[in-house]
Write a protein that binds this ligand. Structure first.
Ligand SMILES: [Zn+2]
Length: 507
C-alpha cells in the first residue's frame, strides 16, 4: 500500500523528489501544486490555533544567523551528531542509528564514552566493512555573510526560536510587560543530516512552526488552565512507566514539570485531533536526559503511529527554562531579565515545536483510504487542496458555458478546481485522489432549472440541489448541513462505473 500511496502522491502533485533531473539529493523534497496547497492550509490552521485562539504574537525573521548568536545559544558547541566516516570508502553514517540497530542507545553520550561502546560492539562500515573514524559533526549548514576579508561567519538557522529570544525586550514591551505571553514563528529550518534515509520524515530543509511561551517560574499556571484541565494525556515516561490521566492530574502529581507543560501538551494534542488524527494513534513520550537538547530540562515528544515509519515524532514540547534568555544576556551584554511586581528574574520558556512536513505526511497517510478499487484522500474540508470541484457533465459548449459561470461564482467563496477533460467518472476519480470533499456537476437539467448535482467524496453519493448553491455548499463544508438534507437523492450508476473502467488509463 505504501508504494501505491507514494506513487499516487507523485502522480497527483503532492510530493516530488527535489533536483530530480540532476539525480536528486537526499533529505530534500518538493511540494507539488497539491502538496503545497495542503501545506498552506495546515499552516493556516496552526496559526488559527496559536495566534487567533491563544493570542500569541507572530515574529518573522531572517533564516541566516550570525555566528555569535549560535555560539551564545550553545548550538556551535552542542548541535552535533556522532558521525562515523569510513576509512576505505568514505561513506558517512550517523552512529546513533547504527548503534540503535544493535540495540544500544548512544544519543547524547560524550564522544569518549560513545567511542568505547562502538568499539565494544565492533561496528564497521555497513557498506564495505571498513574501519570507522568517529567525530562530532555539527549539523548546522555554515555560510558566510558579506564578501572579502570583512565577511562574517554565519549559519542557516537550525531552529526558529533563537530570534524570538534575542527580540525579547521588544516583544515583552509589545505584550504590555505582562506574563505569560507567547510568540510564534513559522518558517524554514535547516539541518545537515548525516545520512537521511527516511524520505519526508528526515529532511535537511524543513518547515517548522514553533511557539515560545514566556512565563513567571513562580506562577506557571496559565490563566485559562481550566479549559484543558480534563484533557486525557497518554504519557510514556522516561522511566519506562506508561500512565493515562488528565492534564490536571499530570501537573498535580508532578509527572510533568508544571501546569504550563500540561497545558501545552493538551493544546498540541487537540491540534492534532483537529487534523483528523485518531486519539489511539497518538502518544507523548518523555525524552531521556541524554536524548534531550542542551537547552531543555524536560521534553515530551508528541508521536503519531504511521504505517510506514512506526511511531514518528511530529512535535516536541521542551521546557527551556531561562537557558536562552540568560545565555543571550551573558553573551550580548544586554540584560534580558524583567521586573514584575518588584521582583527581577528571567522568564522561563515552554516551547511547543511542530514539524510541519512530518505532520503533512501523517495527515496524508491517515487520510489515504482504500475501498474496493477506490483510492481517495479523506482529508478534512479545511485541509483539502481544493474544497470543491466544478465539472460540466460532458465537454459540450452549452454545458461548459454554464459550468464556467457557476465556477466563477463559487470561486468568490471557496477554493475550487475546474475540470472538463476526460469522462466524468475519471474526473471524480482525480478529485477523490486529491481529496476534494464535494464535486458540483452541471448537466442538461441545469440548463432547464438551474439545479446541479453535488457528489460526496466519502460515500460517492449524489444529490440534486435546487436551492441557492453557496449557502448549501458552505453548510456541507462546515458540517452544519447533512448531505441528505442538501437536495434530493440522485443516482448515476453509469458515471461511477465509467470511472472504474478508466482508472487504469488515467495518468
Ligand atoms: Zn566503507
Amino acid at each position: 500500500m505504501q508504494a501505491e500511496l507514494a506513487e499516487m502522491l507523485r502522480r497527483r502533485g503532492f510530493l516530488w523528489p527535489s533536483f530530480e533531473i540532476y539525480g536528486g539529493v537526499g533529505g530534500f523534497y518538493d511540494l507539488g501544486p497539491m502538496g503545497s496547497l495542503l501545506r498552506d492550509n495546515l499552516i493556516t490552521k496552526w496559526k488559527k490555533w496559536y495566534i487567533q485562539q491563544e493570542g500569541y504574537l507572530q515574529l518573522e525573521t531572517p533564516t541566516i544567523l550570525p555566528f555569535e548568536l549560535l555560539r551564545a545559544s550553545g548550538h556551535v558547541e552542542h548541535f552535533t551528531d556522532l558521525m562515523g566516516e569510513c576509512r576505505s570508502c568514505g561513506g558517512a553514517f550517523k552512529m546513533s542509528e547504527l548503534m540503535k540497530e544493535r540495540g544500544v542507545e548512544i544519543e547524547g553520550l560524550p564522544l569518549e564514552e560513545a567511542r568505547k561502546l562502538v568499539s565494544e560492539k565492533g561496528v564497521r562500515c555497513p557498506d564495505c566493512g571498513g574501519e570507522l573514524n568517529l567525530s562530532d559533526f555539527n549539523i548546522m549548514f555554515s555560510t558566510s555573510i558579506g564578501p572579502g576579508s570583512s565577511k562574517r561567519a554565519g549559519f542557516l538557522r537550525p531552529e526558529t526560536a533563537q530570534q524570538i529570544f534575542i527580540a525579547f525586550r521588544r516583544l515583552f514591551r509589545h505584550a504590555r510587560g505582562k506574563l505569560p505571553f507567547g510568540v510564534v514563528t513559522v518558517g524554514k529550518g535547516y539541518r545537515n543530516e548525516i545520512s537521511p534515509r527516511q524520505g519526508v520524515i528526515r529532511l535537511r530543509e524543513f518547515t517548522m512552526a514553533e511557539a515560545e511561551v514566556f512565563f513567571d517560574p513562580q506562577s506557571p499556571r496559565p490563566p485559562d488552565f481550566q479549559k484543558i484541565e480534563g484533557e486525557r494525556l497518554r504519557l510514556f515516561r522516561a522511566n519506562g512507566e506508561t500512565v493515562e490521566l488528565t492534564a490536571g492530574e499530570a501537573a498535580g502529581r508532578g509527572l510533568v514539570c508544571n501546569e504550563m507543560m500540561a497545558y501545552q501538551l493538551s493544546l498540541a494534542k487537540r491540534f492534532l485531533l483537529s487534523l483528523g488524527t485518531k486519539e489511539e494513534c497518538m502518544r507523548f513520550r518523555e525524552q531521556k536526559p541524554a536524548e534531550r537538547a542542551h537547552y531543555s530540562s524536560e521534553t515530551w515528544d508528541l508521536e503519531i503511529l504511521t504505517q510506514q515509519f512506526g511511531w514518528v515524532e511530529v512535535a516536541g514540547i521542551a521546557y527551556r527554562t531561562d537557558y536562552d534568555l540568560s545565555r543571550h544576556s551573558l553573551f550580548s551584554g544586554v540584560d534580558l531579565s524583567v521586573t514584575v511586581n518588584g521582583r527581577r528574574f528571567f522568564p522561563h520558556v515552554l516551547e511547543p515545536s511542530f514539524g510541519i512536513d512530518r505532520i503533512l505526511y501523517c495527515v496524508i497517510e491517515q487520510a489515504y483510504t482504500c475501498e474496493g478499487k477506490r483510492r481517495f484522500l479523506k482529508l478534512r474540508a479545511d485541509l483539502a487542496p481544493f474544497q470543491l470541484g466544478v465539472f460540466p457533465l460532458m465537454p459540450k459548449e452549452e454545458l461548459s458555458q454554464k459550468a464556467h459561470q457557476i465556477y466563477q461564482t463559487l470561486k468568490r467563496h471557496f477554493s475550487v478546481i475546474y475540470d472538463e477533460s476526460g469522462s466524468i467518472g475519471r474526473r471524480y476519480l482525480r478529485a477523490d485522489e486529491i481529496g476534494v470533499p464535494y464535486c458540483v456537476t452541471i448537466d442538461y437539467q441545469t440548463l432547464q432549472d438551474g439545479s446541479v448535482t453535488v457528489r460526496d467524496r466519502d460515500t460517492t453519493r449524489q444529490v440534486r440541489v435546487k436551492r441557492e448553491l453557496v449557502p448549501v455548499l458552505s453548510g456541507l463544508l462546515s458540517g452544519e448541513l447533512k448531505f441528505e438534507e442538501a437536495g434530493s437523492p440522485f443516482s448515476s450508476k453509469e458515471e461511477e462505473e465509467e470511472g472504474e473502467k478508466s482508472e487504469h488509463e488515467d495518468s
